[in-house]
Design a binder for this molecule. Structure first.
Ligand code: ATP
Ligand code: ZN
Length: 654
């Protein structure tokens, strides 16, 4: 009988700790169980990774307080995955294990949305030839990975679901990853219909303990298919046959907390070590995936070129806002009018919520900013507040400048609230609804609005990302992108990629069921490549030229970036720490292999009163850069009050 256990803790320390098993607990304290242990004068949850009959120690070994689980939550496979994560994402094994289970490490930033899509035709009767070919190819499994690159509305989900059914018939299990999942989601309903009770829907409204229950059903072999957002990639299936990763380009597949894993990379790893197949899909693959499709023989590329529900791709027009007085241009107004006359629907998209953006004083130049973050506050007319979109700070709007008392103050820039007001003024008899995270705060609101839109009770739906993704409505003929430029000014090498993908995805909501689809893109920069390629629906053209730029500038996918973000309340201390670490790593990289691209304050230098500095390391040879940073980190502990976050393959540099 083992008397001791090795326990990993959710701390940035990569070592295990030894504890003694109290008499009578031997049966329960096994590998894969969570235990409560005393640690530095508090109690912590630990994960048992090893049991020992005896240990040699010169100190007194403390006892486990209690064992949490009746059955193990981790097996050797998941523990091995955590070990891989710790090496790859440069975190501790305990942090990785904690991230892998519900109620462990907080894996934030999965927005808790509800949305509702209908089951328009129920089960699809006849697959298109393209769909059938894709399914057949996937099921042959001649390659470990497939990429289903299909235009918007080409019926990718049907391909995924059929492949899943076939694999389950073989007695294996399936993980189906989506950017976010809600109970009322079309897909959630479809999988429940098709796979009856043997599914786990890991939707965002589940509490950690409900999720854990689902987890245990999976371990117990009661489930064939689990569907969920990024963390479902850890679903503990013993007999995994397939991982599906839908909308692969979505940023929400990347965790916002340590370890900053990407579900695509974890899925790739799991499939590789568990002998499963990975199938990804999107109308706008990430540049990384695109490069994989071109260059990696391991990836089978499948193409869906046609829409399946009888629609054709929409006609796209660009309007130069520089010549317009109104934020809804003459052309867009015309198109909205036409659409309303035909009793059809329009979606208006804008990537910014709130009413207007900047408050500034025309006399002294004062600008109202968040006291805790390095950003300007946004004016929300609905609630009469100035709001920080980063930390939630709120204050009253101003009529006079707080600096010089001038009355000559101004609000500029515009958000969804202002667009709503403008559209109501222009189309007083139209039925209009707005969807953004502000309007979604009211429980049930999103579902209600989407249902009303589907039922034709709303003529114009306007909003942020929420209206941009996945919506599948027959009556939508017009999509207006109110300002296409909003993402282009962000200091980030992915700004073009992100803008392009968003434009294509939003445009893809129009004309899914008929050939009358129209899209208006409003912009101050009509010559911008992302906009030009989107205008011509030239996806391949965009990727070729963007890849060429990345190659020339040495950015991913042609290099590996590792962003080391240091934060703390004391600015001087954080700055010193970055300099210290910078010198340390420069020493290691003198012989090449990696270089420090920048070591300075982050573009957003303060969030929620924490100063942020970063060190961006880049290396053409991915493994070498990785190795050098790992080495630099191995003998380093940040000063008290300074926290270091490692972001391997960052999606955002702000
Ligand atoms: N073979 C088919 N015949 C008719 N309708 C189909 C067929 N396959 C799928 N559909 C329907 O077409 C609609 C669009 O499919 P789906 O949502 O899978 O598109 P998609 O490729 O994922 O598009 P997007 O990238 O825009 O999300 C769905 O309502 C689906 O039920
Ligand atoms: Zn703030």
């Amino acid at each position: 009988m083992p008397k001791f256990v090795e326990v990993l803790l959710d701390l940035p320390i990569d070592r295990s700790f030894t504890y003694q098993i109290p008499d009578g607990m031997e049966e329960k304290a096994r590998i894969g169980h969570r235990v409560v242990v005393p640690f530095a004068r508090r109690e912590m949850t630990g994960y048992v990774v090893e049991t020992l009959d005896e240990v040699e120690a010169t100190y007194t070994i403390k006892e486990i307080k209690r064992v949490i689980d009746d059955t193990p939550l981790y097996n050797t496979q998941t523990i091995a995955l955590a070990e891989w994560m710790s090496r790859f994402y440069l975190c501790s094994r305990g942090e990785a294990l904690s991230m892998m289970i519900p109620g462990g490490r907080r894996d934030s930033s999965i927005p808790a949305l509800e949305s509702e899509e209908d089951l328009l035709f129920g089960r699809v009767e006849r697959l298109s030839d393209e769909q059938q070919h894709a399914i057949d190819t996937i099921l042959k499994r001649e390659k470990p990975m497939y990429y289903l690159y299909g235009i918007t509305g080409s019926g990718k989900s049907e391909v995924f679901l059929r492949a899943a059914e076939a694999i389950i018939r073989e007695g294996k299990t399936v993980i189906y990853l989506v950017p976010e999942i809600t109970l009322t989601h079309q897909l959630a309903r479809q999988v429940t219909n098709r796979f009856s009770q043997r599914v786990a829907i890991l939707h965002s409204a589940l509490t950690p303990s409900q999720r854990l229950k689902e987890w245990k059903r999976i371990i117990a072999g009661e489930v064939d298919l689990a569907i969920g957002a990024r963390s479902a990639v850890f679903a503990p299936f013993p007999n995994l046959g397939l991982i599906i990763l839908d909308e692969e380009h979505e940023n929400s597949y990347k965790s916002g907390n340590t370890p900053r894993y990407h579900a695509r990379q974890v899925a790739q790893r799991r499939c590789q070590s568990e002998g499963a197949t990975l199938v990804m899909g999107s109308a706008t693959p990430s540049l990384e995936a695109w490069a994989l499709m071109q260059e990696n023989k391991e990836v089978g590329s499948l193409h869906l070129r046609n829409r399946v529900s009888g629609g054709t791709m929409p006609v796209i027009e660009v309007v130069n806002l520089s010549y317009e007085k109104n934020l809804i241009s003459k052309t867009l107004q015309e198109r909205i009018k036409e659409t309303l006359n035909k009793k059809k629907q329009a979606i208006l998209f804008l990537n910014r919520r709130g009413f207007s953006y900047f408050f500034h004083c025309n006399s002294c130049g004062y600008e109202l900013r968040c006291p805790h973050c390095a950003v300007a506050l946004t004016y929300h007319k609905g609630t009469e507040q100035m709001v920080c979109h980063y930390c939630g700070y709120r204050t009253k709007p101003m009529r006079v400048c707080p600096e010089c008392n001038s009355l000559d103050v101004n609000y500029s820039g515009f958000g969804t609230e202002m667009v709503e007001e403008e559209v109501r003024r222009l189309f007083p008899s139209a039925r209009i609804a707005r969807l953004d995270t502000d309007s979604a705060k009211k429980k049930g609101q999103v579902g209600k609005v989407i249902k009303a839109f589907r039922d034709g009770e709303i003529d114009i739906l306007l909003g942020t990302q929420m209206v941009a993704k996945g919506l599948n409505f027959p009556l939508v003929e017009l999509v207006g992108i109110v300002l296409a430029d909003s993402g282009l000014n962000i200091p980030d090498f992915r700004a073009q990629e992100r803008t392009f993908s968003l434009l294509v995805q939003v445009s893809g909501r129009a004309g899914r069921y008929n050939d009358q689809g129209r899209v208006i893109i409003q912009t101050y920069h009509p010559e911008n490549p992302a906009i030009q390629y989107a205008l011509r629906s030239d996806v391949q053209g965009f990727y070729s030229q963007e890849l060429e730029i990345r190659k020339q500038t040495g950015f991913p996918p042609y290099s590996r970036l590792i962003n080391l973000v240091f934060r703390g309340r004391n600015q001087q201390k954080v700055e010193q720490e970055v300099q210290k670490f910078s010198a340390h790593i420069e020493q290691l990289t003198v012989n090449g292999g990696a270089e420090v691209l920048c070591s300075s304050e982050c573009p957003l230098e303060k969030i929620a009163s924490n100063w942020r500095y970063h060190l961006l390391v880049s290396g053409v040879q991915a493994s070498l850069a990785h190795h050098l940073v790992a080495k630099a980190l191995s003998d380093y502990t940040p000063a008290r009050g300074v926290y270091l976050e490692v972001d391997l393959d960052p999606l955002q540099l702000i």
